[in-house]
Every structure is written in C-alpha cells, then in structure tokens.
Design a protein. Structure first.
Length: 93
C-alpha cells in the first residue's frame, strides 16, 4: 500500500517539476493508452479463467442488472450535481 502511495506522490512531484515541459503535454494520451492496455489485460485474465467463464451464465444477468443500476445511479447523481451546482442562483453559469 505504501509503495503505491509513494509512486503516486513521486508522480505528483515529477508532474509539478516538469509542468512547463513538452513531455507533460503527452500525459493525457499516455494515460488513455495505459488505461486501455490495463482493461485489455484485465479482460484477457477474465477470459482465461475457466471457472469464471463457466459461472458467467449463472451470474451474468445479476451482474448486468448491477451494472445497469450503477450506471443509472451515476447518471442520476451527475444530473443532480449539475442541477444543484450549475443551474442554481450561485452556480458557475
């Protein structure tokens, strides 16, 4: 756990020190590529797990319902936040 926090803090420090260089302009694209690569590796590890794939039919519908409800709840929360913070009297608009 402390190793992860150490690397996070080291990255924050490096980003702060290098914030005016051209290297930092590519961090958004590099982050996107890294996230896509992590998702691919995660999907490959799930696909390689025979036990998990075998039980997918049993838990698939339940997982889909949870995923849909999670997305719906997130969309609702974003809508409420936008209404409260950006459309009110003291909003940013």
């Amino acid at each position: 756990m402390f190793r992860i926090l150490f690397f996070l803090m080291a990255g924050i420090g490096a980003g702060y020190l290098l914030r005016r260089t051209r290297l930092v302009k590519f961090t958004g694209q590099a982050t996107r590529i890294a996230v896509v690569a992590l998702l691919f590796v995660f999907g490959a590890s799930i696909g390689a797990n025979g036990e998990l794939i075998g039980s997918l039919s049993r838990f698939g519908a339940q997982a889909a319902i949870f995923a849909l409800l999670g997305v719906a709840g997130s969309l609702f929360a974003v809508g409420m936040a936008r209404h409260l913070f950006f459309n009110g009297k003291g909003g940013a608009r």
